[in-house]
Write a protein that binds this ligand. Sequence first.
Ligand code: ZN
Length: 161
Amino acid sequence: MRDHLFNTEKLKYVKGEKPDVACVLCAIRDGDRKADNLEVARRDGFIVSVNLYPFNPGHVMIFPERHVETLQDLSDGEALALHRLAADTLRFLTEEFRPDGFNVGYNLGKGSGASVPHLHLHIVPRYANEVGFLDVLAGTRLTVVDPAEARDRLRKRFASL
Ligand SMILES: [Zn+2]
């Protein structure tokens, strides 16, 4: 049975079965019960959240508390705060999950594959022994760390700052 694997949930999400809220990231910000509580940390106007449908163990997003949809909407101060938070997050992910590398980036606009317009920076740990994206699409891929467990492990790291 594959129903318990998180990647199958991701496929549901891609197909449109999203939480019934106007913006899922604003819902996380507001503690809306329709959005699962995935928040790891909150600092300087930004939130670090575990991705509910992780591509890999430790996949997180960093997003501004205010609903903006482009990088150009961030002030210089916000851009610096985001960079510092991303740097700390990369350090904690390295300590906690020991990945072999990271993909860090934005999906901007409908043509990019973005499913949520609220600006968010993906940080995806990469592992030398991971399987490919086709395995994800085929539903055969196992994500071995529960998102809630990843959240709790990272919360401890941020709490130690
Ligand atoms: Zn939003």
